[in-house]
Design a protein around this ligand. Structure first.
Ligand code: AHG
Ligand code: MN
Ligand code: MN
Length: 331
């Protein structure tokens, strides 16, 4: 009797196979994803060697968000700009660390071009204590026909052509969605390639875990406080690392809900819509979960007005998000 051989599928092979399903993307999108995969390997290496090479700590200035920039924020940003900058298919890149988007190629071309948005290092305040950090990315189609090139960036998250993240944790994982499901890859450091370990990931429908910075509780709107009271009366546990990418990855695999509500200090929420919330919302939705910015308001439907716009976030297992909404609505 013949047996199916065990298949080894690298991220590269996966992307090429997926590309065949989206002929309009040509090889251009694959080249961009391959630049992201190379960046991820370089950044993973820098994160692992940070203490040895004395690149921990802050650079002594703030980014456009008014947050202290870590040396590795800058290094990771430079790596992404250097790898993506060389790809013909990239029209614009926009980063948490750059106030203005970088317009690389704004003229129309025969091949489709794309905008790539990213948070080069998410959770970078975890670096000094060897905590998990990540890279989050979002890819949108570029339209050379719009007035100003940068206006091409201002599309709702639902239009993302591809989205994903890299988590530099106890292993380095790459989570990607191109057009449909969500797939998970792990970096095999001895081979230097991301290997596919799971196809079409599905988020568990429920799990009694919430992830929120409870230190801000007093300044949350009433509805969120009501939810936390309800959750605590119902045997919930709390998990929060301070890196959204790590918290959302745990929720994707184990279920639960991630919240970043509006606070007095950040009435619009703290998280950035276009390169933090949108890509993670797409991953969660495509895995069968829900992602909202407020009860009844889908995060991916927000029409952005600015690249660094912020949004409140409620995302996770469908049943858990429903409970949050029910308690916020007071029913
Ligand atoms: P970044 O390191 O890219 O600035 O992002 C940090 C974000 C997010 O990852 C995390 O969930 C959140 O900030 C933590 O904020 P608090 O410290 O306010 O909880
Ligand atoms: Mn971030
Ligand atoms: Mn960051």
């Amino acid at each position: 009797m013949s047996q199916d051989p065990i298949r080894i599928v690298t991220l590269q092979a996966h992307i090429l196979a997926e590309q065949a399903r989206y002929p309009e993307a040509g090889g251009t999108l694959s080249w961009i994803l391959s630049a992201l995969s190379i960046s991820a390997k370089i950044i993973a290496d820098k994160v692992r060697r940070a203490r040895l090479e004395n690149v921990l700590g802050s650079v002594g200035r703030e980014n456009v968000q008014g947050e202290a920039q870590q040396k590795l924020d800058v290094l990771a940003n430079d790596v992404l700009l250097a790898t993506l900058g060389g790809r013909e298919g990239v029209a614009i890149v926009a980063s948490e660390e750059n106030e203005e988007p970088v317009i690389l190629r704004e003229e129309a071309s025969g091949e489709r071009r794309y905008c790539v948005l990213f948070d080069p290092l998410d959770g970078s305040s975890n670096l000094d204590v060897c905590g998990a950090v990540g890279t989050i990315f979002s890819i949108l189609a570029y339209d050379a026909g719009v007035g100003l090139a940068r206006d091409s960036l201002l599309q709702p998250g639902a239009r993302q052509v591809a989205a994903g993240y890299v988590l530099y944790g106890s292993s380095t994982v790459f989570v990607l969605s191109i057009g449909h499901g969500v797939d998970l890859f792990v970096l095999d450091p001895s081979v230097g390639a991301f290997m596919r370990v799971e196809r079409n990931l599905r988020i568990p429908a429920g799990n009694k875990v919430y992830s929120v910075n409870e230190g801000n509780r007093r300044s949350f709107p009433d509805g969120y406080r009501r939810y936390l009271d309800w959750a605590q009366n119902n045997g919930y546990s709390s998990r929060y690392t301070g890196a959204m990418v790590a918290d959302v990855h745990r929720i994707l695999l184990k279920g639960g809900v991630f919240l970043y509500p509006p606070t007095q200090k950040a009435p619009e929420g703290k998280l950035r819509l276009m390169y933090e919330a949108n890509p993670l919302a797409m991953i969660i939705e495509r895995a069968g979960g829900k992602a909202l910015c407020a009860p009844g308001e889908r995060l991916l439907d927000i029409h952005p007005k600015a690249i660094h716009q912020r949004t409140p976030v409620i995302l996770g297992s469908a049943g858990e998000v429903d409970d949050v909404v029910r308690l916020i609505d007071g029913v």
